[in-house]
Ligand binder design. Structure first.
Ligand code: C2E
Ligand code: MG
Ligand code: MG
Length: 757
């Protein structure tokens, strides 16, 4: 029923009349104050249109707005309303007791005009009003167009004006919009405000809307406040702004200015006192802050918890965070509980000591744990009040990913370690300044000192002086050309000797193709060198061997004849001294020849598993009388659990005898001989004979082992030659170090666990 007319005709009639009314300036805006419910101050006004018809009086909008919307007249009318309200606001800006903003109602028809946002913008420019003074009220009904409305609202918001959601609770309100769209406030519809203080349902609805709006950080306006009861109820529930007849009806601008003071007194006179609402507001703000904190804790990736000691137990007072649900727990499992209520006894045992430490005041106690496959790192800090720990706060972060990476790294590292620890090659990493950044564990075994003794040193510190320049040049070339080089060098062993290496140096480049390190893999080739040397010597022997044998035979035959005749002569001469000397010399030649022949004729043939220390004891028994005679002490140092050796016992005993014999002869004034048997690496046994004899010069050492070279004045050198041969046939080698006047060390290296030829 509109204006007492019915049907389309009436509607058209009304439209015509509205057009005329517009020309005659019969429309006018009334303004209704919006009041702050704490201070009572008039904050803003809402513009409400009125049609003042001559003779007929004031016509309320409900009587013509629907028709104007239907006919489309709302578009020019709305534009006029907006412009008029903006001009009015602009006017008020110049006076002292002014409203701080102007609210204008919009109808759906208006905001769906394609150019609406521009229209608002132009009116603001035309009226020279800053956008923050304008609030646009839209109803929930507008939100039905889910595509258009949100877009327009956002664009309006971008202009800088504020948006208010009118008649909240009456439409098809979708909570979703409340959260997604940038509303500055919501207006609780008067149908809820009415009776809110007397009707429990309405009261509950109003309360809930206020709480929800505050959670969403929006202000709440209550419209249609008519009674003190409603005002007090809204104040108690912390509604921000009120509007209604209790303060003022919509007024003509002149009336509004006139009533300004009395309007602002209403809250003070009729509501609850300022301080009380303030206090309540503070409490709510505190509550909000608390809620905020709880939400933040809940939403954080990790986990935060607190505990305190109550009756001797650590009781948790807070626990939340995403990590908590990842370990399949809820705050209810933890809060008010002690560790044993939600963890296994084993876990409790692991953690309780940390709890004690933090409770006793230790700062930053950290520990790691695992629950349901999640690895976490926890840290505890005590909270003190008046110097005493009253609570402990803890935080946990998920470190599963780091753990996984660490584990993978550890695995890789252990694989590398297996390689580097078990290789007998030296692996070394050096920087551009030839400083050793890394030395493999094999250094200890090959050079005598642990890797730490080498790391940080220049590689030249332990290199043979003759090799340094060459290596420096070569490595520089490798670094510059970024290509690997291969060479040989000698490094000092802690025992004073030099170890020969063959190496390959590989440049390692960084992501920018710049040289970062040189990785050097060096192999001890002393053994190979010795083997080569030995082969050289043995070759000599094999060449001269047969020749020497035939010579020996050729000598032995005539020698037998000579010896026979000399013996005959012995009985005939008066002074047998010369004859005796001759016979002695002949004996020596014979002895030598038979030794020589036996050597050439004795291949190794009786290989079997033998215990080296047993063998040695047998040798000792033979040699003991001579040791006693020369006042020589024998010290034995055999490693525990030595493996058995596959060897020709007789031959090896001969070698031992020969070497001990040499040692004894080198110590005419007595002394000490040490015999040590130990493993050398995985594959060899090392038998060392260390005497305190007169020693041998280096030059002589080089020649030892060659046939017919002897350090003993009268020796043939064959003894050592044979020893070399025997040991070589066992797959080993002999090494001789000597310091003149200080003693000689003979090291015999024999392979273990290998079938000999
Ligand atoms: P609205 O925007 O919700 O406006 C509030 C209505 O409540 C106004 O009625 C106002 O006079 C009335 N009101 C305020 N306090 C009290 C109170 O304590 N008790 C009671 N019973 N009523 C109170 P009004 O002016 O008749 O406007 C009615 C509706 O017409 C408005 O509801 C709005 O939807 C529409 N309207 C009014 N002016 C305009 C306008 O300029 N443009 C558009 N598009 N619509 C308008
Ligand atoms: Mg309104
Ligand atoms: Mg309303």
């Amino acid at each position: 029923m509109i204006f007492g007319m019915e049907g389309i005709d009436e509607a058209m009639q009304l439209e015509k009349e509205m057009i005329k009314a517009m020309e005659r300036k019969e429309f006018c805006l009334f303004y209704q104050p919006k009041v702050d419910l704490v201070s009572g101050k008039m904050m803003g006004v809402e513009a409400l249109v009125r049609w003042i018809r001559p003779e007929k009086g004031i016509i309320p909008p409900i009587k013509f707005i629907p028709a104007a919307e239907e006919s489309g007249f709302i578009i020019p009318l709305g534009e006029w309303i907006l412009r008029t309200a903006c001009f009015q606001m602009k006017d008020w800006l110049n006076i002292e007791n002014k409203p701080q903003y102007m609210s204008v109602n919009l109808s759906a028809r208006q905001i769906y005009q394609p150019d609406f946002v521009n229209q608002v913008k132009h009116i603001l420019i035309e009226t020279n009003l800053a956008p923050e003074y304008l609030v646009l009220e839209i109803t929930e009904g507008i939100m039905l167009d889910t595509f258009h409305a949100p877009k327009v609202i956002r664009e309006l918001k971008n202009l800088g004006v504020r948006i208010s959601l009118d008649d909240f609770g009456t439409g098809f309100n979708s909570m979703q919009y409340l959260q997604e769209l940038p509303f500055d406030n919501i207006k609780i519809d008067q149908s809820f405000v009415r009776n809110c203080d007397t009707d429990l349902n309405n009261g509950t609805i109003v309360k809930s809307i206020i709480e929800m709006a505050h959670q969403l950080k929006m202000d709440v306006v209550a419209e249609g406040i008519e009674t003190e009861g409603q005002l007090i109820f809204l104040q108690q529930n912390l509604c921000n702004i009120g509007q209604g007849y209790l303060f003022s009806k919509p007024l003509h601008p002149d009336e509004l200015m006139h009533d300004f003071r009395s309007i602002e007194k209403v809250v003070n006179h009729k509501g609850i006192p300022h301080e009380v609402t303030r206090q309540k507001l503070n409490i709510e703000m505190l509550g909000n802050a608390h809620q905020d904190l709880i939400d933040t804790i809940r939403l954080q990736q990790g986990m935060i918890f607190k505990f305190k000691k109550i009756a001797g137990k650590f009781i948790h007072t807070l626990c939340d965070g995403k990590l908590l649900s990842q370990v399949k727990l809820t705050p209810e499992h933890v809060v008010g509980k002690e560790l044993s209520d939600f963890l296994s006894p084993e876990d409790v045992e692991n953690k309780i000591s940390y709890y004690h430490r933090a409770w006793n005041g230790e700062e930053n106690v950290t520990f790691e744990g695992e629950l349901f496959g999640i690895h976490y790192l926890a840290s505890l800090s005590p909270i003190r009040r008046g110097g005493e720990v009253t609570e402990v706060i803890g935080s946990c972060i998920d470190i599963s990913e780091q753990k996984r990476i660490e584990e993978a790294l550890r695995l890789k590292e252990s694989q590398y370690r297996i390689i580097t620890e078990n290789t007998q090659d030296l692996i070394r990493v050096i920087d551009q300044n030839f400083k050793l950044e890394y030395a493999s564990p094999s250094h200890e075994f090959v050079l005598g000192a642990p890797p730490e003794a080498y790391e940080g040193q220049l590689i030249f510190d332990m290199m043979h002086p003759d090799d340094c320049d060459r290596i420096k040049k070569l490595y520089t070339v490798a670094a510059l050309t970024k290509t690997p080089v291969q060479t040989e060098f000698r490094l000092k062993h802690t025992d004073g000797g030099w170890v020969e290496f063959e190496d390959r140096a590989n440049p390692v480049l960084d992501a920018d193709n710049r040289l970062k390190h040189l990785v050097i893999v060096a192999r001890d080739i002393s053994e190979r060198k010795k083997a080569e040397e030995f082969i050289r010597k043995a070759d000599k022997l094999s060449v001269i061997g047969p020749l020497a044998t035939s010579i020996a035979h050729e000598i032995r035959n005539p020698l037998t004849t000579i010896k026979g005749f000399v013996q005959l002569l012995q009985n005939e001469v008066e002074k047998p001294f010369y004859i005796n000397t001759m016979l002695n010399e002949i004996d020596r030649i014979e002895e030598f020849i038979s030794e020589f022949l036996s050597f050439n004729h004795q291949p190794i043939n009786q290989m079997k598993k033998s215990d080296l220390s047993d063998l040695f004891q047998q040798v000792l028994m033979i040699i003991q009388p001579r040791l006693t005679m020369y006042n020589i002490k024998m010290e034995q140092e055999f490693e525990f659990n030595l493996p058995q050796l596959y060897c020709d016992e007789g031959q090896i005993k001969r070698v031992f005898l020969q070497i001990l014999q040499n040692a004894i002869e080198a110590m005419p004034n007595g002394g000490r001989i040490q015999v040590k048997i130990a493993r050398k690496g995985i594959n060899h046994l090392k038998i060392s004979f260390i005497d305190q004899g007169m020693g041998i010069t280096e030059e002589r050492i080089r020649k030892i082992g060659e046939p017919f070279y002897s350090t003993k004045e009268k020796g043939t050198g064959l003894g050592l030659m044979i020893s070399h041969k025997v040991i070589k046939e066992h797959g080993g080698w002999i090494d001789i170090h000597s310091v003149v006047n200080n003693g000689t060390t003979v090291d015999i290296f024999l392979p273990i666990n290998q079938e000999m030829v």
